[in-house]
Ligand binder design. Structure first.
Ligand code: HEC
Ligand code: HEC
Ligand code: HEC
Ligand code: HEC
Ligand code: HEC
Ligand code: HEC
Ligand code: HEC
Ligand code: HEC
Ligand code: HEC
Length: 359
């Protein structure tokens, strides 16, 4: 009986008392805000929990990690975290490895040790990414990163980037991560562009570690000039999807989602056209496959990396056209290339001729 009445009336009769209840609740809660705040996941929790006192003088790290210190000060990344005007959690070693005091306090307990320091070799790739992206939200956000094929495949930031400068050449016993010691020194293409942006190697060598098939496509007779050092993989592949590509994508949704994902949020034709604008028109007489309104656009006829056929074509000579124009395969000027002088020289489109006989 009592319970029933409370059930029916209790709810309504509480209304006038709500503000009061709220106040009582606040008084109860306010003295201990950290307990009610939801902590972000590790490793961000280390920074969220830290008080200014938890950040120690960097010199104390040197005491136990002299080699890592030396490899870091030589790193091109060092100047970026040098500015003493930066907030304390974005300064020096601790900006990447977390506040020092909890780490030093938990040294004895081997089981707990790695809950109090960020080790990029032991943390999961996504944890490592979270730590780097505290400062690199301009390059991409965690949400962007999570959508990439690399994040799905557990390829973390330090699979490609090397923060501590490798001392292998000068000091054989140098202490550094396994990944860096195992990295082969031999370049895939002798003339390939130099490594930059703290990458572990030039892009052809680095990416070729995991994508040998694609890198080998550049050995074919006709290829984009990656081996010659005039281009790098990331000229076409957006490794770090950025905000502006999303906007472009919304404005020009040329490809289905899956196609975009494969080349990291950049429609293939849109990307090709940034370097080959003359092929895209608009033309008075468009050639349907080039416009890319249906199908794969440029990739209907061209291979992106390399090909046995001139002009990176998917098939040799007439074969490229016969994929679609099957009716012209046998008796339409047999034996000749479709785009030789006098024929369809305007393969990408024409401003003067409906049959693409002129450009
Ligand atoms: C009193 C000695 C001592 C001090 C001071 C110290 N550490 Fe450590 N640190 C250790 C020990 C011991 C380990 C366990 C791993 C090992 O044996 O190398 C460790 C582990 C680490 C790791 C993980 C290494 C890995 O396996 O990837 C990092 C990163 C690290 N410390 C950074 C720091 C930073 C940054 C500071 C300064 C704020 C610091 N340490 C201060 C002793 C120390
Ligand atoms: C910009 C981020 C960043 C900063 C700043 C940084 N490190 Fe590191 N540290 C890393 C990464 C990433 C690794 C993993 C190995 C690598 O990529 O070289 C690492 C590895 C380590 C290791 C483990 C080495 C091993 O053998 O596995 C130690 C110890 C360490 N760092 C200490 C330091 C100290 C001391 C400083 C300051 C002088 C510092 N780090 C500054 C990112 C950083
Ligand atoms: C405390 C902030 C901070 C953290 C943490 C941090 N970085 Fe940086 N990093 C910077 C700044 C600042 C720059 C220079 C400006 C820029 O490129 O955004 C930079 C530059 C870079 C560059 C470009 C270097 C170049 O040659 O232009 C790379 C690559 C990079 N960081 C990778 C990493 C990785 C990987 C991690 C995690 C292990 C990391 N950073 C963690 C602040 C940080
Ligand atoms: C440590 C290994 C590793 C390295 C280094 C690496 N990748 Fe990957 N990459 C992968 C894995 C694993 C996948 C996912 C499986 C797959 O699609 O083959 C992937 C997927 C891709 C994809 C397909 C994307 C998708 O969404 O499916 C492209 C494009 C790519 N990588 C380009 C590159 C480029 C360019 C580089 C060099 C800057 C590079 N990768 C370096 C391992 C790596
Ligand atoms: C598959 C290899 C690969 C992985 C994994 C990777 N990067 Fe990169 N990163 C590159 C390449 C290649 C470049 C140079 C081309 C470019 O700017 O896109 C680069 C450039 C950068 C730059 C410089 C950007 C600029 O505009 O100058 C930053 C910062 C950076 N990466 C941070 C990160 C962070 C943080 C992660 C992890 C969340 C990460 N990278 C993971 C390959 C990689
Ligand atoms: C001229 C632009 C361009 C360059 C340069 C380039 N790629 Fe690609 N790559 C593409 C396009 C376009 C695709 C999509 C192909 C398709 O869908 O058939 C692709 C696909 C890929 C894939 C995914 C293959 C699959 O089956 O999903 C990988 C991996 C890849 N490229 C790696 C690389 C590597 C490594 C380099 C540098 C050595 C590189 N690419 C240079 C344009 C390029
Ligand atoms: C970053 C700029 C860039 C991008 C993006 C790019 N290319 Fe290229 N492309 C080049 C360069 C440079 C050459 C070599 C031109 C030379 O050797 O004079 C080339 C050559 C070619 C050739 C051969 C031309 C010839 O004369 O034999 C074709 C075909 C081609 N690209 C198609 C594509 C397609 C299709 C895409 C998109 C998948 C693409 N390109 C994306 C820069 C680019
Ligand atoms: C219907 C098939 C087809 C499509 C689709 C196509 N191309 Fe071509 N492309 C060709 C043929 C055939 C040639 C050779 C023309 C020649 O040698 O005169 C060629 C030549 C080229 C060349 C060499 C320079 C030139 O203009 O002769 C470039 C660069 C090129 N294409 C880029 C692209 C780009 C970028 C796209 C997507 C916007 C694209 N192509 C779409 C068939 C195609
Ligand atoms: C991926 C399919 C595809 C490929 C490959 C292709 N075409 Fe086409 N082409 C079309 C379509 C679709 C049309 C529009 C058909 C229509 O309007 O009847 C067209 C129209 C044309 C026209 C205009 C004819 C007309 O009746 O309007 C010519 C000329 C032409 N293509 C030549 C070529 C040549 C030359 C090649 C080889 C370099 C080629 N095509 C490769 C799909 C393709």
């Amino acid at each position: 009986m009592r319970r029933m009445r409370a059930g029916r009336l209790g709810f309504l009769s509480l209304f006038p008392a709500l503000p009061l209840l709220g106040l009582v609740a606040m008084c109860y809660v306010l003295p201990a805000p950290p307990k009610t705040q939801k902590l972000p996941p590790f490793p961000l929790s280390l920074f969220a929990q830290a008080t200014p006192d938890d950040y120690v003088d960097e010199k104390s790290c040197i005491r136990c990690h002299a080699k890592s210190h030396n490899t870091f000060v030589r790193s091109p990344h060092a100047p970026f975290v040098n500015d003493t005007r930066d907030p304390i959690d974005k300064h020096g070693c601790q900006s990447c490895h977390g506040p020092g005091r909890p780490h030093i306090a938990h040294l004895k307990n081997r089981a707990e040790l790695y809950n109090y320091v960020i080790s990029y070799t032991r943390a999961t790739p996504i944890q490592g990414a979270m730590a780097c992206l505290r400062c690199h939200a301009d390059t991409m956000t965690l949400a962007h990163w999570r959508r990439t094929g690399h994040a799905h495949a557990d390829v973390g930031c330090n699979a490609c980037h090397q923060i501590h400068q490798d001392l292998e050449d000068t000091d054989k016993s140098a202490q550094h991560s396994k990944a860096s010691t195992q990295f082969p020194r031999a370049r895939v293409f002798v003339a390939a562009a130099e490594p930059r942006k703290l990458l572990k190697a030039d892009e052809a060598t680095l990416c070729g570690q995991c994508h040998p098939r694609e890198v080998n496509e550049f050995r074919q007779n006709f290829h984009h000039p990656v081996p010659e050092g005039r281009m790098v993989c990331s000229d076409c592949h957006e490794i770090h999807p950025r905000h502006e590509t999303e906007r472009q994508e919304a404005a020009q949704p040329r490809f289905g989602r899956s196609q975009l994902d494969r080349i990291h949020l950049r429609g293939a034709s849109d990307m090709c056209v940034t370097c080959h604008p003359e092929t895209a028109g608009p033309f008075v007489f468009e050639h349907d496959p080039v416009t890319g309104l249906s199908g794969d656009g440029c990739l209907e006829c061209h291979r992106p990396h390399g090909s046995h056929n001139p002009r990176l074509l998917t098939l040799f000579s007439r074969g490229a056209c016969n994929q679609c124009h099957t009716d012209k395969a046998n008796n339409h000027f047999p034996g000749r290339t479709c785009w030789q002088t006098g024929c369809h020289v305007g393969v990408h489109g024409s401003n003067t001729d409906r049959f693409l006989l002129q450009r």
